[in-house]
Write a protein that binds this ligand. Structure first.
Ligand SMILES: [Mg+2]
Ligand SMILES: [Zn+2]
Length: 186
């Protein structure tokens, strides 16, 4: 079984749009150092999988095809040395749909594990919301909360957390730094 680094998208890789969604590629803005951090993982031959909630689809604000197009561009723009993000999983549902894939549920992580033969206990989840941490920790991933995106807000609400991240870091680059220092193959 293999390992992978799971990344939330908005607020981890690209700038979160407060109170709205990334509706076009033109609105997709890489956070400082995030593109390089992904490429560092890829150069080190560490599989990267993006796991994101996109309720904008269920709300009828953005089409599924547009989200897929944005994600395709993300994969293209981060590819390096013949390697690229393995896959992007997105949940199109709204909270009230009660699906199994919307984080904090770990459905997308379980799907990725089945698709890519992953040992989830040796995988990492990096997110800017406590729902990312809950999803990762539900299936045994090592979890990182970044302070970018909604991370600052999540930290302010830490007294309400039901799950604690294993690491709290400034940004994706710092998470990657720690991940690459862990025991090889973990
Ligand atoms: Mg996020
Ligand atoms: Zn869903």
């Amino acid at each position: 079984m293999k390992t992978a680094v799971f990344l939330d998208r908005d607020g981890v890789i690209n700038r979160n749009i407060d109170g709205d969604y990334v509706r076009h590629w033109q609105e997709f803005e890489f956070l400082s150092g995030s593109r390089e951090a992904i490429q560092r993982l890829l150069r080190e031959n560490r599989p990267v999988i993006v796991i994101c909630n996109q309720a904008c689809i269920g709300k009828g604000l953005v089409s599924d095809a547009m989200v897929q197009e944005i994600n395709r561009r993300l994969v293209t723009q981060t590819s390096v040395a013949g390697r690229k993000i393995s896959a992007v999983y997105h949940c199109p549902h709204r909270v009230e749909d009660g699906c199994q894939c919307r984080k904090p549920k770990p459905g997308m992580l379980l799907k990725a594990a089945a698709d890519w033969d992953l040992d989830l206990t040796r995988c990492y989840m990096v997110g800017d919301a406590i729902s990312d941490i809950e999803a990762g920790s539900a299936v045994g991933c090592t979890t990182f909360l970044v302070k970018t995106g909604r991370g600052g807000k999540a930290l302010q609400e830490r007294q309400n957390w039901k799950t604690r991240p294993d690491f709290i870091v400034e940004d994706l680059a710092q998470a990657v730094e720690i991940i690459l220092k862990q025991r090889k193959g973990i």
